[in-house]
Design a protein around this ligand. Sequence first.
Ligand SMILES: *Cc1c(COP(=O)(O)O)cnc(C)c1O
Length: 470
Amino acid sequence: MDSREFLEWSEKAARWGVEYREKLRDLPVRAQTSPGEIAAQIAPHAPEAGEAMEAIFADFERIILPGMTHWQHPRFFAYFPANAAPASVVAEYLVTAMAAQCMLWQTSPAATELETAMIGWLRDALGLPAEFTGSIQDSASSATLNAVLVMRERALGWAGNREGLSGQPRIRIYASSHVHTSIDRAIWVSGVGEANLVRIPVTGKSRGMDPVALDAAIRKDLESGYLPAGVIACTGGTSIGAHDDTEAVVRVAHGHGLYVHVDAAWAGAAMICPELRSFWRGVETADSVVFNPHKWLGAQFDCSVQFIRDPDSLVRTLAIQPEYLKTSGKDGFINYSEWSVPLGRRFRALKLWFLLRHHGLEGLRQMIRNHIAWAEELYRRLKTDERFEITSEPFLSLFSFRPVVPAGQDEEAYVQRFLDAINNDGRIYLTQTRLEGKLVIRFQAGQFDMRQEDAEMAHAVLSEFADQPI
Ligand SMILES: *Cc1c(COP(=O)(O)O)cnc(C)c1O
C-alpha cells in the first residue's frame, strides 16, 4: 500500500467511524446473529494473491458489522461500559500509526514520561495520596495478578519465583464472595490455588466482607500453619456493586502484616467525584488499587490503572533484565515493563491525556453524576411499579430487578424469556446476574453518549414487555 492509498483508506476509515457513531441510536444494541453465521461467510483459507482494499472494506461492512454488539450505543445498559470517547479514539489513531512498543524508557521516552504524568493526574483526580505511584496495564485482571504475585513473593520472602511453590507453606488469600472472577484466575495462575482463596462472608446492604470474620479466618489459618499473604477488597462488585468497608478491611489485614489490593475496576472512575469517595474510605491505606479508565471514564479500551504504594516490591517480583534489555546510563528512569507480566506495552497514556484535557475533570464528573441520577430515576419508577420487583438497591449507577413472575410460571424461565425478548428487540441491552440463588436483571447507566431520553426509552421498553405475554 503506498502513501496515497494509505491516506485514502485512513480517511475513509475515520469517516466511517464518525458516521457509525452517528447512526448508533438506530441500530439494535446487541448483535442479532446466531452462532456460526459470521464464520460461515469467512473464506476457509487465507488468499494466495492480495485483494483490493475495496473488496476487503465492503466485506467488513457486509459480513462483520452485522455481527457486532455496539458497545458505544447510548442504550448499552449491559455488563459495565467500555467507553471510547471520541478524543481518546483520535489519540488511538495516532498511537496506531506510530505503533511503538513502549516496554522501556528508551523505546519511547515520551510514552514512559506521559504515563508517569497521567498516573499522577488520575491519582490526584481520585483523591489518592501522593505516595501512590502506578502504571497502566491492559486489564484489571493483569493488575490483580500483579498484586497477587506480590502477595505471594512478600509472604515467601521472595523465594517463590526462585524455588517454586512446592515445599513452601500454603499461602492464603482472602476476599468476599462478591469479587470478580479475575481474582480466581489470578489465584490459579499464581500457583496459590483456588482452595487457598478464603471466601469471607458478606454482611449488610453493601454486601461487604465482615471484618470480624476476616480477622477470625486469618487467626484460624495462622494457628493451622497456613501462610496468610493478602486480602483483596472490592469497591463495586460486578454482579450488583458489592463494596467492602475498605478502612476496616485494611486495618485487619495490616494488623497481620498482609498486603491489600482493592479492585475498583468499574467504580473507581466515580471517585473523581469527591462526594462519592466515602464508598471506598480507607483506600488511601491500601497497598494496591486498580481501576479501569476504559470502563466508565471514557478512555478507549484497553486502559487499566494500577496504583501502588511500594513499587519496589512489584519490581522485585517481576523485573528481569537479560543483556538485551539493559539500557546503559539510563538508570533512574522507570522501565514500565518491569511493572507488569507482559514485556511488550502499547502506548496507552496518550488517550488518557487527550480525554482528560478535552473533557476536563468537571466534564467527566458531570457525566458520572448524570448517569447516577438517571439510573436512580429508573430505579424509583420500577420500585413503585407493581409489575417489577427491585432485587438490589442502586450502588452508583447499578441496580438489579426482575419482572414479577405471573402465577403458575417457572420463575427462572420467565425472567430469562423476559430478558431475551428485550435483547432480541434491540432498543436496549441488559444482562443478568444471580443474587442469592435467583436470576435477576442488572441495569447500569454508563455509556459516554447516553442522554436522559435513553433512560426513558429503557423505561418504555421494560414497561412494554411487562405488559406482553412472554
Ligand atoms: C470489569 C471488572 C474486572 C475485570 O476487568 P478486566 O479489565 O476486563 O480484566 C475486574 N473487577 C471488576 C470489579 C470489574 O468490574
